[in-house]
Design a protein. Sequence first.
Length: 422
Amino acid sequence: MSRAILWFRNDLRLADNMALTAAMAEHDEVLPVLVIDPVQHGPSLFGSDRSGSFRRRFLHQGVLALAAALRSKGSALSVRIGDPASVLLQVSRIWKADVVHAQRLYAWEEQEQASAVATELDLRLHAPNTLLLPGDLPFNVEQLPHVFTAFRTKVEQSSPVREVLPEPERIPSPPYWGERLLGQDELPYVPYPDEPRSVITFHGGRAAGLARLRHYLWDSHAISTYKETRNGMLGADYSTKFSPWLASGALSAREVHQEVKRYEVVNGANESTYWIIFELLWRDFFQFTAAKHGRDLFLRSGIANKPWQGGQDQDRFKQWCEGRTGQPFIDANMHELAATGWMSNRGRQNVASFFVHQLGLDWRMGASWFERMLIDYDPCSNWGNWQYVAGVGNDPREGRRFDPVRQAGMYDPDGAYVRQWS
Ligand SMILES: Cc1cc2nc3c(=O)[nH]c(=O)nc-3n(C[C@H](O)[C@H](O)[C@H](O)COP(=O)(O)OP(=O)(O)OC[C@H]3O[C@@H](n4cnc5c(N)ncnc54)[C@H](O)[C@@H]3O)c2cc1C
């Protein structure tokens, strides 16, 4: 009889879960454990907690949904709070399981977590939630091109997207392996009413992610005009809004790809349907950038290792966080973020550029604020995009900055967005 721990990380799903598939293939019984490391939710370098109520509520909902899914397969989820290495070692000793299967995560802290687990236990890491598997890239991750276009051109010519793995019928676990869920006071959040102006209501968990996927493709056909609308800022369907479910792993990038391909077969492919895959490649690019550069993704001098002079003036920082900079387009976006945990890609680029280039602040403070506030926070996408805007990352056109007045003229010409969020 062999037993393995299935360590859930940012992969809150049973379908297309390579760690689960491998654990089931190699062992008789599986012990599903999700570890919440308080360090990743506690104070950041700049003071405030690293996760706020939007992401915490979304995570609570996602965990409940995963627990229900495991229950329906005859298994049970055990949620533990603590340092992953200590928690998993304890579980392995009690339950006599010294093999751990888990998803590989590329951000520095997550790599460190895995290394600590691997010193104690036989840790088997499986592919991350990327569109392309690292082993299918035409280069080693260390040779990842510095610029997105070079990466995309190479992978589009040669890297296949793997088929989605099915959900298992049943997941065998030991008879006394009981469910343990998050208590109210564990990772607490301030309950908040749904904001009527929010682009959509974000609910954590797979069912809501699948519903959003269905809506964007099959119900609204918004996918077929994505390329024209994706720079929008108002309303539910200017962009997919898949990111929170991708970040928590309730959806896999390969599942989104498969569904887009199915849509193209039925309704025809166009530039818009392709552009969603193009954006998922941007996501992959930042994941692999994190793998290549490790801790540099979080350092002030960035992956480009350039001196960065931004200051840490607390008053200016607070004005930006609270949407009191006096620049209406910037302030409206910051109000939306504060009220909903969401901001469009156009908004994110503008407020980040303003933070760095107009306010002259240390870009890591802005990235930390996003980490706390964004419902779709993902370390690789967030810190990678911030570095890009700050000019210490992968942007080939250095020093690019957005003029918020011009941007407002282009993307909010009648001022409807600023009126909604002022
Ligand atoms: C300063 C800054 C910080 C960001 N922080 C995050 C973050 O923490 N988490 C996050 O998921 N995205 C982040 N992004 C990227 C992007 O803004 C969001 O992925 C996108 O707005 C999410 O909305 P959507 O799902 O409707 O995207 P869509 O436009 O519908 O795109 C489809 C998917 O492609 C991926 N994608 C699109 N654009 C990007 C991009 N620039 N970088 C990486 N992936 C992308 C996302 O997974 C997205 O769900 C950040 C961008 C900037 C400029």
